[in-house]
Design a protein around this ligand. Structure first.
Ligand SMILES: C[S@@+](CC[C@H](N)C(=O)[O-])C[C@H]1O[C@@H](n2cnc3c(N)ncnc32)[C@H](O)[C@@H]1O
Length: 350
């Protein structure tokens, strides 16, 4: 998923410093601002038991699936239920997951909340009407199957994650959901198709939370604490509001042209609050190693972040130039690249 602040392409940079610095038999890691889960998944693939957390429910869903599920569920009851109604479509020798997804992808669309609010039916162009109706059919079926005991919790999060990944691929936006394009771009016209998830099976017992990081920090103990807070004023709740509504499917009150829902405001996006919030977090961290990703366009200066880290030890800072996140290809950006900092402190002060 193309996500503001995603560290997907910085995994090697983070991994290199992690391997060099946190080499004293670490076993657990906490990714407190997990987003798409790119970093947590990377640490899991390196054999660490990962705890992950995010304020947004769609991010919780992605992390639940990628971290807590190790092997593809079998969808036994679901395949039985769907094959009864789609007997003619049963696909020969497909493995359980592709079979379940093939049957789900064939569900006929229904007009529900997503079609009525995020498609041309509402004069909003986030999705074609066909894709929004398909998403409604799948999303409401996922809830109904869970309520009827046809899918387990694991299967529920697997399917929801696959739906979020797939619907993001056909979104008619420049990248974030703060606005939609006026005409449907080619990728948005492709049919919504759920695909199998790429799971890793290196370690069991990963755990995902859905809380404010500054509250969760009081209860978390880990060897490595990885922090990747928002670095500017752009609230994730506003930029990904459509994904939040699909994940929750709670029919919220929507406002304005863009159909925005109410969303939680992160302290890290607010210049007057960000430094105090980070200081609160660092002071309470119960970890041996702390890493923080931040960039040179952030609300907090390099010095502020280093000063806060020095409350717990002697900070080190590593740099990597990184192609800037572009929400819009039409817009002129002042700079093509940003400097990504990775700050590190080995905790020596309590
Ligand atoms: C820079 S992004 C993280 C990106 C992530 N490392 C990745 O690679 O996808 C910051 C994340 O912090 C979350 N967030 C913001 N404020 C938060 C808070 N107070 N507690 C927990 N999560 C928060 C946002 O929802 C967002 O997903």
């Amino acid at each position: 998923m193309n996500y503001i602040g995603s560290k997907h392409s910085l995994r090697a940079f983070i991994g290199k410093h992690f391997a060099r610095l946190a080499n004293d038999g670490v076993q657990t890691c906490c990714d407190l601002f997990a987003g798409t889960g790119a970093v947590g998944r990377y640490f899991k693939s390196r054999g660490l038991r990962v705890m992950a957390n995010d304020l947004q429910y769609y991010a919780y869903v992605l992390n639940k699936a990628y971290l807590e599920i190790n092997t593809p569920p079998r969808f036994v009851k679901l395949r039985q239920a769907l094959q009864k109604t789609h007997r003619q479509t049963a696909r020969g020798r497909l493995a359980p997951v592709p079979m379940a997804l093939a049957l789900i992808n064939e569900l006929p669309g229904t007009r529900g909340f997503l079609a009525e609010h995020y498609s041309p039916l509402a004069k909003r162009f986030y999705y074609t009407q066909a894709n929004a109706e398909k998403a409604d059919a799948i999303r409401s079926a996922i809830n109904a199957w869970r309520a009827a005991g046809i899918i387990s919790d694991r299967e529920y999060f697997y399917l929801l994650c696959s739906l979020l990944e797939a619907i993001d691929q056909v979104a008619n936006t420049a990248s974030v959901y703060g606005a939609y394009l006026k005409t449907f771009k080619r990728s948005a016209q492709r049919p919504l198709q759920l695909k199998p998830l790429e799971l890793t099976n290196q370690v069991k017992g990963c755990k995902v939370f859905h809380e404010d990081a500054n509250q969760l920090i009081e209860r978390i103990h880990c060897d490595v604490l990885y922090l990747d807070p928002p670095y500017n004023h752009r609230q994730y709740g506003a930029n990904y509001h459509v994904l939040e509504t699909i994940a929750r499917y709670d029919e919220p009150q929507l406002r304005g042209l863009t159909g925005m829902r109410d969303y939680p405001r992160s302290q890290y996006c607010q210049p007057k609050m960000a430094a105090a919030a980070l200081e609160h977090l660092i002071a309470r961290a119960q970890a041996k190693h702390i890493f923080i990703s931040y960039n040179d366009e952030g609300i907090m200066s390099l010095k502020q972040v280093r000063d806060i880290l020095s409350l717990r030890g002697s900070p080190k800072t590593f740099r990597q130039t990184y192609a800037r996140f572009k929400a819009d290809n039409q817009r002129q950006y002042k700079r093509e690249a940003t400097v990504e900092y990775l700050h590190y402190v080995r905790v020596t002060k309590t």
